[in-house]
Design a protein around this ligand. Sequence first.
Ligand code: SF4
Length: 274
Amino acid sequence: MKVVRASKAGFCFGVKRAVKLSEEASKKKGPVHTLGPVVHNPQAIERLEHMSVKEINEIREARRGTVIIRAHGIPPEDYKVLESKGIEIVDATCPFVKKAQDYARMLHDEGYAIVIIGEKDHPEVRGIKGHAKEATVIETPEEAERLQMCGKMGVVVQTTQEQAVVGKIIPILFNKTKELRVFNTICSATGERQEAVKGFAGKVDVIVVVGGRNSGNTRRLAQIAGRIAPTYHIETARELKKEWFRGAKTVGVAAGASTPDFVIDEVVKRLESY
Ligand code: SF4
């Protein structure tokens, strides 16, 4: 069985940067915490835990020492809470996410009703919403249809959304307002990984998508892959089952922007041994 690795797979710029900043922060005095997982990948987290970088889930759990803000960013109120506790902040918010936050703030200041295209409960979206002060979050064209008419509407997009879906939502929003201002804040890393998966069409019999089940961009890759060929979303090589590949001549391996190289390498190695 031939194994083909997607031309773009694994850690993106923002995640690499967040992991590097976390590794550097691990050398600081006092407790070092990340607010939520610094990367949506259990194997990468395990590695950081060995360096004494521990995860906390709630801002109130941070009492002293250093807190690392992950690539998804946080709302402005959370910075204030950390500062008021005298905690040192290592800000690993991805510059692409910062851009979306800045646009949201600017649109709010200019009086636009803000729509965020993204997953309602995703931390990145919660952060952007905080910077927007007030915003409606939608994820599908159906939700866009249900929006009320408004005078002027400003749109920002969760960095990991799929371009094609956003392309369906925007014309609907156009009919909901007299003035529409859209910032396409989808980051290139996401698009590149999605295009790499689409490149598998007609070339592979099965696709394996590697990455955390809690990773939004990996889940979306798996959705896209599922439209192309039978797809299995796994976190590690241990989950692979030989019977998935019965009769397959070629298997494509893709990975989300939060998947470390060593995890992808293990999957490729195991598949090559079949
Ligand atoms: S996927 Fe894009 S926005 Fe998200 S961390 Fe990576 S580079 Fe930054």
